[in-house]
Design a protein around this ligand. Sequence first.
Ligand SMILES: CC(C)(COP(=O)(O)OP(=O)(O)OC[C@H]1O[C@@H](n2cnc3c(N)ncnc32)[C@H](O)[C@@H]1OP(=O)(O)O)[C@@H](O)C(=O)NCCC(=O)NCCS
Length: 298
Amino acid sequence: MVSSAGRFAELDPLLPPPVPLASGERLRAVTASGTQVSAMLQRYRHGPGDAPLLWSAAEVWQLFPDPETAGTEGFDALLGALRSQVDTEAPGADSACVVNWPSRDAEAIRAFLDHGLVPLSALAVRPAVVPENVETDASIRLAGPDDYPVALALCTATFDYTGLVAHRKREQTAELLGPALRRALGEKATWLAEVDGEVAALAQCDWVESTPGSEAAELLPSGRWGYVNNVVTAPASRGSGIGRALMARAHRELLNQGATGTYLYYNPTNPLSSVFWHRQGYRPLWTSWEAHPAWALR
Ligand SMILES: CC(C)(COP(=O)(O)OP(=O)(O)OC[C@H]1O[C@@H](n2cnc3c(N)ncnc32)[C@H](O)[C@@H]1OP(=O)(O)O)[C@@H](O)C(=O)NCCC(=O)NCCS
C-alpha cells in the first residue's frame, strides 16, 4: 500500500502532507473485495449567531477518510458506513454530510456522485504570478472603517447570488458577516472599485500563515498566503471588467507584500465565479462534497 503522504503527493503535488486528526469517532468498513478502510467522523453543531452558518448547515456529519484511502470501492464502503451512522441519529432539516477531499481524486469522485454528494465548494490556489495590467474606468482604492455600510451591502449581495447557486442564504447573513468585516476594514487588505464616485465592487482579503501544526497546514503548503475572502461586483456592473481590474490590483498588492501565493473558496456550481476564478489563474486543490440535508446521502 502507498503511504498516506505518498498517496497525496501522487494525487496532486501541491497538497501538503496529511495531518493526523486529533479527535473524532473511528468508522470502519470492508469493501466487496475484502479491503479494510477507515475514516474519522466529526460532528459539528452551529448556533444561530455562529459565522460558519454562512457556508455550512447547522448540523454537520463530516467524514475524514484515512489519507491512504484509494479507489472507488473504498470510498463507496466508507460512505455506506456514514449513511448507516446518520440513520441512527435522525438529523434535522438544516443538516449535511460533508467530505472535503483532494479535488483531483477522480476515483473518489465516482463514489461521491454515486452517493448523492454535490461539489458545493472548493479551495483553489493561484501561484505567485504578477498579474497583467487591466485597463479600467474604475478607480481602485484601499477600503477603511468608514466604508463599512457600503462594504456590508456588497458582501451581502454576494450571498444573494450564492444563495441561488450554492448554500442557501440565511436570514441573518448581514449580522453573521458584520464582525469579521469590521475587523477586515481595519487591516488594509480590502480594496474597493469606484465608478463615477459610486462603489461598484469589493475584494476583501486577509493573510493566513501555514506553518507546521497550524490549522492552515491541513490544507495549504507552508507559507504566508494571501486569502481572497469575499469578492463581489454590484449586480448592475457585472461583466464589464471591474472584477478583473480589482483582482489585478489585489493580487499585485498581496504579492508585493510577500504572499507565497493566494487562495480562496468558490462554489464550483456558481456559473460566474467558477469561470472568473479559473481565468484569474486559480485551480482547485480541495473540493467539499456535500449532501443537504444529511439524509440525502445515498
Ligand atoms: C464573480 C464576479 C465577482 C466577477 O466580477 P465582474 O466584475 O463581473 O468580472 P469581469 O467583468 O471582470 O469578468 C467577468 C467575466 O464574465 C464575463 N461575463 C459576460 N457577461 C457577464 C455577466 N452578465 N455577468 C458577469 N460576467 C459576465 C465577462 O466577459 C468576463 O469574462 P472575460 O474573462 O471574458 O472578460 C461577479 O460576477 C459577481 O459579483 N458575482 C456574484 C457574486 C459572486 O459569485 N462572487 C464570487 C464568490 S467566490
